[in-house]
Ligand binder design. Structure first.
Ligand SMILES: [Zn+2]
Length: 185
């Protein structure tokens, strides 16, 4: 379980562990909270009042930091885990659904033909289809793509990065997705 850290402007910054989130509270860096309380930490007993201090952690926290990022200029790093999530674990050639360990990063224009290792040139493919297509383009292999690649937005990237997103965090991130996103629905 992770805490979604937002900038003062409400842009996603990072997924924090609970321990990291506690440090943000302790440093007085949390400016606002959204979402549910996800954990309560108990601190020391106040000698004068006899009361124990508690710190409750919210699932989404806004911080005072200046992000210095433009959400429209973000190019999320490419990883197999995020690629398979973008493509919903469906092979772009046979349309079958597979677990991660049966999937591969498939270069539409093969690397051998100077294809780029970039979101727009990669799709999820099962091992059999990747092997069959080999160093050919879809046209050369007569294996048409069943869906098209795209570059995830900042918000999509935060969904793709974390496979255990809480309901309120998902709602927050989904509210920013373009209607065309494959992550909708
Ligand atoms: Zn396949």
């Amino acid at each position: 379980m992770k805490v979604l850290k937002l900038s003062a402007q409400g842009l996603p910054q990072s997924w924090l562990t609970l321990e990291e989130a506690v440090l943000h509270y302790a440093a007085d860096a949390v400016r606002w909270e959204v979402g549910e309380q996800v954990a309560v930490f108990r601190g020391g007993i106040n000698a004068r009042t006899g009361l124990q201090s508690t710190l409750s952690i919210s699932s989404i926290i806004g911080t005072k930091g200046v992000p210095g990022i433009n959400p429209f200029e973000i190019k999320p790093a490419l990883s197999n885990g995020k690629l398979f999530a973008r493509d919903r674990n469906v092979c772009a050639y046979c349309g079958q659904h597979f677990a991660d360990d049966h999937l591969t990063r498939e270069h539409i224009t093969p690397l051998a033909q100077r294809g780029a290792d970039h979101w727009m040139n990669v799709v999820t493919a099962c091992r059999a289809c990747n092997h069959r297509k080999a160093n050919r383009t879809p046209e050369q292999a007569r294996m048409p793509l069943l869906y098209t690649p795209y570059v995830p937005t900042l918000w999509e990237d935060f969904i793709l990065r974390n496979r255990r997103i809480l309901a309120d965090q998902m709602e927050f991130l989904m509210a920013h997705l373009p209607k065309t996103s494959r992550l909708n629905g």
